[in-house]
Ligand binder design. Structure first.
Ligand SMILES: Cc1cc2nc3c(=O)[nH]c(=O)nc-3n(C[C@H](O)[C@H](O)[C@H](O)COP(=O)(O)OP(=O)(O)OC[C@H]3O[C@@H](n4cnc5c(N)ncnc54)[C@H](O)[C@@H]3O)c2cc1C
Length: 304
């Protein structure tokens, strides 16, 4: 039985509502995750602007909280989340373009930023074509392909840490494969991308090709959270899983995709327990067969 803790007092809820925040008690997290899995969060706050965010951060510092984008890289627990889930909406979804610079709010869609770049003949972001989710999460997890990633085009980032605003320049941020030094510490609010103007480029073709390839190899017709594991140097997890004859293997409602070995799909009624059991099974088999330790790419959010 899921226990719900009342974590925000009524006065704070009133103040947050007054500042334009949407406050949802007992929010069903499966609705906020592309996996379509997850119990209820104690609270979910949708925050429309910086004034409200600052007020919120100043008043919830003693509570457990996390920022959620579009939920395309998370596995929530069947027991939900004891604490506050924060989503950045409204002004945080703005995108502005000026010459070779795009400034995007952390809640903006990454694909809208790419469309903006294409419209303005700005090149650089083609490798993120078709990657779902928000700008904030894209930078946090340094999305992209195996050796091309979004961090290369970041000029600076606005963040909040301990309810204080900071601007981090590119030399203060380190990016590597699916990783940045922004993890866990910061609330990212705005990202400035520096791109290149090129009217003779082949950007649109590259973008179309990337999207076409995704449709061919990814199980986009079933709920999933993208690649489950990071590719170890020199290996493709999809191939390792295929060579272990695990494609199509199912635990409860969670199944290793027949189309792509590194995707777990929700066949309808999958629970986080099913997905975690499948993740552990894959890890064990790959360790045994290839002596390779897999690291998850999907963020597993516990219910504590
Ligand atoms: C079909 C499919 C294909 C995918 N293909 C790729 C791919 O090719 N390459 C790739 O790299 N990824 C891929 N992904 C994974 C996913 O799209 C990315 O990780 C994406 O950046 C997640 O964005 P989101 O807004 O959904 O983040 P969420 O899933 O909501 O959050 C992910 C993490 O980011 C943190 N976060 C979110 N916003 C902020 C913020 N403003 N400040 C601080 N932390 C924040 C969250 O706390 C969480 O830990 C794919 C996913 C799917 C479903």
């Amino acid at each position: 039985m899921e226990k719900r803790r009342r974590v925000i007092n009524a006065d704070l809820v009133k103040e947050l509502s007054f500042l334009g925040c949407k406050v949802l008690e007992g929010a069903p997290l499966y609705k906020y995750s592309s996996f379509k899995i997850g119990g209820n969060a104690d609270f979910l706050l949708e925050i429309p602007n910086e004034k409200a965010l600052l007020f919120c951060l100043e008043n919830i510092s003693t509570y457990r909280y996390m920022i959620l984008g579009d939920g395309t890289n998370v596995l929530f627990s069947d027991n939900g989340y004891r604490g506050i889930i924060i989503r950045l909406i409204g002004e945080f979804r703005n995108i502005k373009t000026l010459q070779e610079v795009i400034v995007a709010g952390a809640g903006a869609s990454l694909q809208q930023v790419l469309n903006n770049a294409l419209k303005n003949n700005l090149v650089g972001l083609e490798s993120v074509a078709g990657i779902p989710g928000t700008v904030g999460a894209a930078v946090y997890g340094n999305v992209g392909k195996r050796d091309e990633w979004i961090g290369t085009f970041v000029d600076n980032i606005e963040v909040y840490k301990d309810a204080k605003k900071k601007c981090l320049s590119k030399d203060q941020i380190s990016f590597s494969y699916r990783k940045s030094n922004l993890e866990e510490e910061y609330v990212i609010t705005k990202v400035k991308f520096l791109l290149k103007k090129d009217t003779k480029n082949d950007s649109l073709n590259m973008v179309n090709e990337n999207i076409h390839n995704r449709v061919l190899i990814q199980p986009l017709d079933m709920p999933n959270a993208g690649s489950i594991f990071k590719n170890p140097t020199g290996y493709s997890v999809g191939k390792l899983i295929e060579e272990s004859n695990l494609k199509g293997f199912q635990i409860g409602g969670a199944k290793i995709s027949n189309k792509h070995g590194n995707f777990i799909v929700n066949t309808g009624q999958a629970t986080s327990k099913d997905v975690l059991a499948l993740i552990n099974l894959i890890k064990e088999k790959i360790k045994l067969k290839f002596n390779i330790t897999l690291e998850t790419e999907v963020k597993i959010i516990n219910d504590k």
